[in-house]
Ligand binder design. Sequence first.
Ligand code: SF4
Length: 140
Amino acid sequence: MLTIKKQEDLGFDWCMPKRDDLEYKALYFISHTRSQGVLQSDLWRRLGASSREGSRIALKLENKGLVKRERELRSGRWTYRLFPKRQPPSINSIMECPCLMCSNDPRCGAFGSVSPIACATLTDWISGLVREPMDPSGDA
Ligand code: SF4
């Protein structure tokens, strides 16, 4: 059985912050603000970070393409509002996945007699998702 022990095993370690650091906590919080976003200063206050440290992290997340920063005038001062570029997936996003009701499911997998790589049903479902506009809620 294939197990993934570390984030690096998934191959996206180059852009994802480590779970225990401030960058990860900031990204997690921003991701859950959805379309509202969060003011940079409010976020750093919640995370107990200095504004200097916070600005550095916001820039880092923006450079990695994980968040979007928009200038906003607040109490006569310019600040930034941070928005997630990706939404956390919801359970609704996989409700229509053909694998959930597939009779081949017990035999299907990387080392099974049936391969998801060659599955036309799964490919069609994924292709349909790609053609549909993205739902900002993370539901599709
Ligand atoms: S990948 Fe295809 S064969 Fe495998 S469980 Fe999903 S629908 Fe069934």
